[in-house]
Design a protein around this ligand. Sequence first.
Ligand code: URP
Ligand code: ZN
Ligand code: ZN
Length: 458
Amino acid sequence: MGTILIRNGLVTDATESRKADVLVKDGLIAKVAPEIGLSEAGEGCKVIDATGLVVMPGLIDAHTHYHLVSRGTVTCDSFPQGSRLAAFGGVTTVIDFADHNKGMNLVDSLKYRLDEMAPGMAIDYTLHQGVYGHGYDSTIGKQLEQLKDLGVKTLKIFTTYRNTGYLIENRDDLLDLFKNAKRLGMLVTAHCEFNPMIEKISDNWKGDFSPASHAKMRPAEAEGKAIEYFGSIALEADCPLYVVHVSSECGLNAVRSLREKGLTVYAETTPHYLFLDKSCLEGPDASLYVMTPPLREKSDNQALQQAVIDKEFQVVATDHCAFTREQKLSSSDCRTIYPGIPGTEEMLLLLNTLKDSKADLSMSDVVNLISTNPAKLFGIYPQKGSLEVGTDADIAIFDPSEEWTLADDNVHSASLYTPYRNFTVHGRIRTTILRGAVILENGQYFGKPGNGRFVAQH
Ligand code: URP
Ligand code: ZN
Ligand code: ZN
């Protein structure tokens, strides 16, 4: 593996931006200093001129569903394709999900997912382990201990999706899970939509099943109520809670009220809840914008953006769950449209553009949200999410000022569309480096399936 000297960049980590050079040797960050001479880098070293560019730790998308087999189909971004589009977005690590497979315990479910991922991933990855109602039994504490030994310390639970068997219905089981998580220092992450409310609306529904109805059938109040519900259990167990993809001001208010009660709540939101609203659910392409929870009001976008600025969110992640246009448009019935949209590649561009419009958001804040904080919360810091000497040389080199307009044909998801079509964004990734290897440079991708490594959480 060669030596790389990155010169004259604006080196930005979670605390500051400063003019500096970065030396990469043997896949690790070897030195960060105001000036590093060529003689120190050694002969044959690759020099990257980063004048005018931001040099930041490789980004982490903490919520992806690459190659998710679900609802009789599979998401269209395979592990190689997901890795490729991620590299175009400066992302060098993703945190994907291991389903709790029917008839398998958690350890076998995790191993199954790791075996699926290893040959295809060209960037690094770790996993959140799903814990679902259909497989819940009294051995869960033991199973969690084994998971921890295998390097997975984050769990994913649902308050909805009863028909798929994901929902853990019994409150005592949930309490037991949170108590075990507390005992083992594991983090419970939760998809929050309160199933009894959603089922009641559905049972009494007199309207149509158009994409726009999706938002009415899964209202923001269901999110708020589910956060309150999980929060009450987490409080009883005295265990922190991580809420994935907060979509609404109502959900945010529920997070705030739990924090006021003294609970540690980590909150994640996504680019689509920050920048898209339910008006997308009208017209011939409406199915393309169906995901769960659904898009909300413009006022929700504003409230969530302000909360990002106010640091009420610790993480922005994408919930990248891409289906092709064909898959998405194969139904216009909101009960059967495959839910989910792409987003990993656009994540930094959208946040950088937001940063440019808001005086109170800095580049370091952005790095925190999409690199350092997820690394810390999910136990992979400082190996990931930092530019500390001796850690993995995962680096994104970013031109923050280039202005361009997103279109279906200038992004790299196999979905062949971007939900952010016609958004004018600021910035473009010039170079992505994974453990000292250049995997993307000036629009050319060099990643190799199988080169991605599982990152154990500690
Ligand atoms: O619609 C979505 N978000 N699909 C992915 C699965 C999930 O619930 O996060
Ligand atoms: Zn979810
Ligand atoms: Zn998800």
